[in-house]
Design a protein around this ligand. Structure first.
Ligand SMILES: NC(=O)c1ccc[n+]([C@@H]2O[C@H](COP(=O)([O-])OP(=O)(O)OC[C@H]3O[C@@H](n4cnc5c(N)ncnc54)[C@H](OP(=O)(O)O)[C@@H]3O)[C@@H](O)[C@H]2O)c1
Length: 316
């Protein structure tokens, strides 16, 4: 079969022949239809993700650990956790029985690959309990997940949406009520954050911008600020930050992980809502659909600017 084949950690996958997967006991071979390439896939391939060694223990190997595909009985499913060295960037892959689930009717395979990214935006409700009318700040709003979060904030009835990013033109195209460019000095950035009070922050950045934000929440005088609820989802600007004790003590900021509220029925409800908006056309996705044969070029692209690279296997 044809596959994107990675020959070493940190390399670039090439479009090559790769041995066809053979299902072992309790496994099933899946014909892959569409696979989204995300930051996490690059991190796993580069060896900078904590799960790199278990997901890609040896080379050559095929990157990407989830996608949309067809089972031998014809059902189209979302699948995850292929058995290494197989991955989702190939015509076929192999997963354990049950490591797949149905995709919703009326949603095409390419769009289905991005539903999980949209779910991160739902954390403003599932983790932080967003109420209609509240003000939301999306940190990293020009990225794939951030753009979806801006749309989801509107759909959830946010009263005001503030978007942060590094590029004025792309920020201004988001349709937010206000924008903040993070590519300025710490002092200017703190001043920009300080112009508004945020009920909920959806944070895809962490690192310096979120550190400056947390410092900016410290009230100027001896007063009790209305606490901001920050949901941590991504770390595009850095894996770590320093938080002064006073920033937590005086601002009352509450920091949640995005997984909060996704137990029990939380995930099903968030997923159902995203699917229903998608079917109605209320939630739209910016995709760059590409052929597997172009993976070597597409893997290295830096000009997608908020569009998700989705590799489709049609007609390889
Ligand atoms: N937990 C989950 O389930 C989940 C799901 C999806 C994503 N994520 C995480 O969320 C984050 C965003 O994902 P994504 O798919 O939206 O990525 P993306 O499309 O690459 O967007 C990244 C965003 O971060 C900004 N950014 C990148 N480096 C920066 C830096 N050094 N300083 C300030 N801003 C910077 C980008 O600004 P520019 O537009 O100017 O480049 C853009 O707004 C990633 O950390 C990803 O792993 C988590």
């Amino acid at each position: 079969m044809k596959a994107a084949v990675l020959h070493e950690r940190g390399g670039v996958p090439r479009y090559e022949d790769f041995p066809d997967p053979v299902a072992g006991d309790g496994e099933v071979v899946i014909e892959v239809l569409a696979t989204a390439v995300e930051n996490v896939d690059h991190a796993v391939a580069d060896g900078t993700h904590y799960a790199s060694d278990s997901m890609m223990p040896a080379f050559p190997a095929v990157p990407c650990f989830d996608g949309i595909g067809r089972l031998p009985d014809g059902r189209v499913v979302g699948f995850g956790n292929p058995r290494p060295p197989y991955g989702a960037l190939a015509e076929r892959t192999v997963v354990a029985e049950g490591h797949y689930g149905p995709i919703p009717d009326g949603i095409d395979p390419a769009t289905a690959t991005v539903l999980s990214t949209a779910i991160t935006g739902m954390s403003m409700k599932t983790a932080a309990g967003l109420q209609p009318g509240e003000t939301v700040l999306v940190q990293g709003a020009t990225g794939v997940a951030g753009r979806l979060a801006v749309r989801i904030a509107r759909l959830l009835g946010a009263g005001r949406v503030v978007a942060s990013g590094r590029d004025d033109a792309r920020l201004n195209a988001l349709g937010a009520d206000a924008v903040i460019n993070t590519a300025v000095s710490d002092e200017e950035l703190a001043e920009a954050y300080h112009r508004e009070a945020y009920d909920v922050v959806v944070d895809f950045l962490w690192g310096r911008p979120t550190e400056v934000l947390l410092r900016s929440l410290i009230p100027a005088g001896f007063s009790f600020a209305k606490p901001t609820r920050l949901v941590q989802i991504g770390e595009s600007a850095g894996a770590e930050l320093t938080v002064p004790a006073s920033a937590l003590r005086t601002s009352g900021v509450e920091i949640y992980g995005a997984a909060r509220g996704l137990d029990g029925g939380g995930m099903a409800e968030a997923y159902g809502q995203v699917v229903s908006w998608t079917r109605e056309g209320a939630l739209t996705y910016d995709l760059h659909e590409a052929n597997l044969s172009d993976i070597e070029t597409d893997w290295q692209r830096t000009d997608l600017h908020g569009r998700r690279l989705v590799v489709t296997m049609r007609g390889q």
